[in-house]
Each structure stands twice: as structure tokens, then as C-alpha cells.
Design a protein around this ligand. Structure first.
Ligand code: GGG
Length: 367
């Protein structure tokens, strides 16, 4: 008998626990009705961990994440910890998880569900059918480069420093993920950097171009500067299919893309990699949004990005593509039936709670 697959749940802060609860209801249903054979465990990260253990994430949790087949993550961030040194911020939890599990490729699909056409920030004719995939590098770049820190100069003024660093190997491995994905999609990759003003951007373009020539000449490769890309995403987003970019630009451009699909509350993600010294694939799944402390505890957050992250987990880590499609179809049907949480509701349209949206997806699955 094969061993149960291990899933580590890390709900985190703010709306994280509320939306995670809805994803867990679906996991329970898949276990009861579809033969999903997984063992769940749960732990605290972010502000919740700082409050209990005085650190954003414990070594023990990192070890559990490494041992798991997949991690389902909620969100981190808590205003109670905003005036503390960087290494005590809740967000360190997700950065450390990505780094220690070497999760270097963050897949952020931005897909517009047809029923949300009128919720998009763009006009229907520009955005109908939008389905793009941003591949964001997540263990390098300006989020991790050295030197970094805040120093006090002899005259008493302070200086904050971050450094954008990318090596050939770091660029090549994430570009490879983008090219491989493109082969399964439209065959097009747009690589995004800012090589007109940044050395790391120049190297990025050179490495992606070389890899393309050597191994992926069947894929159509274009290059775009990040500022132009932000503008083009708003002007004509359907010109893109797979996009590959660094840590910071990927973070910004995917938030921008989320508004083309109706809401930040709609976008899931998968972050994949291989921990150093192993050949095992590690994976973490999370909504692209943060902990939304302004609405935490009100029961109004949109759980769909978390539920769609579960769908990605089923596809990429658990080899359950059919269950993944069932969930995506259930979400689509629920949206088609007119149910809206506050973030995707038009003015005057009635709104359902987090739990009601979760319940509706579950009912749809049960049909
Ligand atoms: N679910 C994503 C999340 O919790 N985001 C909080 C955050 O600040 N993340 C930093 C990042 O994505 O780079």
C-alpha cells in the first residue's frame, strides 16, 4: 500500500485562516468522496508564530515543509509587527520557506472567468478570454541580494540598501520552467526585465536569449522592459501568454494582472523547486494576495484564490488533474450563478460571505 501524501497547512495571518477553512472543507470532501488519500497537519507562521513563539517561522516548521509532499499556505502580514526589524516581520515566514525549500519558480496564472467579465478593470473587448501565466523568480533578485540593511551614516542620516543580484544559473532554471510551460500552451514566452538601466536585467536578457537559442528555438521568445510591460498589460493584455520575470517585477505585474481578472482575491499560485541536495520536487501553493488585515475576521474575504491554489496543488503535486478540473469548473459555475463576495461584486449587487462562497463551491462539487 502506498504511503499517504503529506500536506502541511499554514493558514498564517489576517484572512488566511478564514479562507483556508474553505479549502480544507473541499479537501475533506475529496477524501470522503473521491478517494484522496492525504494526511493533513497544520502549524502557525507569520504574526501568529511571532505571537506564540517569538519568531516568524520555526525551524521545525521548515523541516515539516521539507518533509511534506506539498504546502498549502494562506497569507502572512500583521500590522502589529510593522515597526520591528526586518527579520522579525511576519513576511519573513514566506521568504524563508521559499529560500530554504529552494522554491524558485512561482507560477501565477491570471485567468478571467467569463462571468467576471464586467468585474475586470478593463473593457470586455480588451480582456475577454484572458488567460496568461506569469512565472516569477522567487529565491533571488532584490528580495535576497546582499548587501542589504539599514545603516546609520557618520552624519546621523540613515541609508536603506537592497541589491538586485541574479546569477546565470538562477535565470536559466526559471526561464526553463517558462519555456517548458509555453510548449504546453501557446508556444510564446515574453521575458521581462529592465536591462536598459540594470546590470542584472542585461544579464537576464542575455541568459534567456542564449537558452532559447540552444534548447527552445521552437518557442517564440520576445523581450520587454518592465515599465513598458505594465503599460502593455493594461493596453492589450491578450498579447501575452507565458511571461517570465524576476522576483520584484513578478510581484508587481501579477498584482496588476489580478485586476484584469476582477480581483486580487481570484488569483492562486504554485511555487515549485528542488531543495538543495535532493532531487525531490518541493511545492507551496498560496493565493497571491496578502493577509488583508482591514477585512480580517469579518467573514467577507474571497476564498476562491485559496480554493484555486488547492486546485493547482492537486494538479502539480498530487497527480489529480481530474479533481483539479472539477474544482475549477465548480468555481466557474458558482460565479456563473451570480454569487459574489464583496471584492468582485458590482455596486448594488448582493454579496455572500466567505463561508457562503465556500459552501457554494462544495455544493457544486456535490452535484
Ligand atoms: N499569500 C501571499 C502572501 O502572504 N503574501 C504576503 C507577502 O508579503 N508576500 C511577499 C511576496 O509574495 O513576495
Amino acid at each position: 500500500m502506498s504511503a499517504k501524501q503529506k500536506i502541511l497547512l499554514l493558514p498564517g495571518d489576517g484572512i488566511g485562516p478564514e479562507i483556508m477553512e474553505q479549502a480544507v472543507r473541499i479537501i475533506d470532501w475529496l477524501k470522503a468522496e473521491r478517494g484522496l488519500d492525504v494526511e493533513l497537519s497544520e502549524d502557525v507562521v507569520g504574526g501568529a508564530s511571532l505571537a506564540k513563539y517569538d519568531v516568524p517561522i520555526r525551524d521545525e516548521v521548515i523541516a515539516k515543509a521539507k518533509a511534506a509532499d506539498a504546502v498549502l499556505f494562506g497569507s502572512v502580514g500583521d500590522p502589529a509587527w510593522k515597526d520591528v526589524p526586518f527579520d522579525r516581520r511576519p513576511e519573513v515566514a514566506i521568504l524563508r520557506l521559499r529560500k530554504e525549500l529552494n522554491l524558485y519558480a512561482n507560477l501565477r496564472p491570471a485567468k478571467l472567468f467569463d462571468p467576471l467579465l464586467s468585474a475586470s478593470a478593463l473593457k470586455p473587448d480588451v480582456v475577454r478570454g484572458l488567460d496568461l501565466m506569469i512565472v516569477r523568480e522567487t529565491v533571488g533578485g532584490v528580495y535576497f541580494g546582499e548587501p542589504r540593511g539599514i545603516e546609520t551614516l557618520p552624519d546621523g542620516t540613515k541609508r536603506g540598501v537592497n541589491t538586485e543580484v541574479y546569477t546565470t544559473a538562477e535565470i536559466e532554471r526559471v526561464a526553463r520552467v517558462a519555456f517548458d510551460l509555453a510548449r504546453l500552451r501557446s508556444g510564446r514566452v515574453c521575458s521581462v526585465e529592465k536591462g536598459n538601466v540594470m546590470e542584472s536585467g542585461l544579464l537576464w536578457r542575455e541568459v534567456v536569449t542564449d537558452l532559447h537559442k540552444r534548447e527552445y528555438s521552437d518557442v517564440t521568445l520576445t523581450h520587454m522592459l518592465a515599465d513598458n510591460c505594465a503599460m502593455q498589460l493594461v493596453r492589450d493584455p491578450r498579447q501575452f501568454d507565458v511571461m517570465v520575470t524576476g522576483n520584484l517585477f513578478g510581484d508587481l505585474l501579477s498584482d496588476l494582472a489580478s485586476m484584469l481578472t476582477g480581483s486580487l482575491g481570484m488569483l492562486p499560485s504554485a511555487t515549485l523547486g528542488t531543495p538543495e541536495g535532493t532531487d525531490k520536487q518541493a511545492a507551496l501553493y498560496e493565493p497571491i494576495h496578502g493577509s488583508a488585515p482591514d477585512i480580517a475576521g469579518k467573514g467577507i474575504a474571497n476564498p476562491l484564490a485559496q480554493i484555486l491554489s488547492l486546485a493547482m496543488m492537486l494538479r502539480y503535486s498530487l497527480d489529480r488533474g481530474a479533481d483539479s478540473e472539477l474544482i475549477e469548473q465548480a468555481v466557474s459555475n458558482v460565479l456563473a450563478s451570480g454569487l459574489r463576495t464583496a471584492d468582485i461584486a458590482a455596486a448594488g449587487e448582493s454579496r455572500v460571505s466567505t463561508a457562503e462562497m465556500g459552501e457554494a463551491v462544495l455544493k457544486e462539487l456535490q452535484k
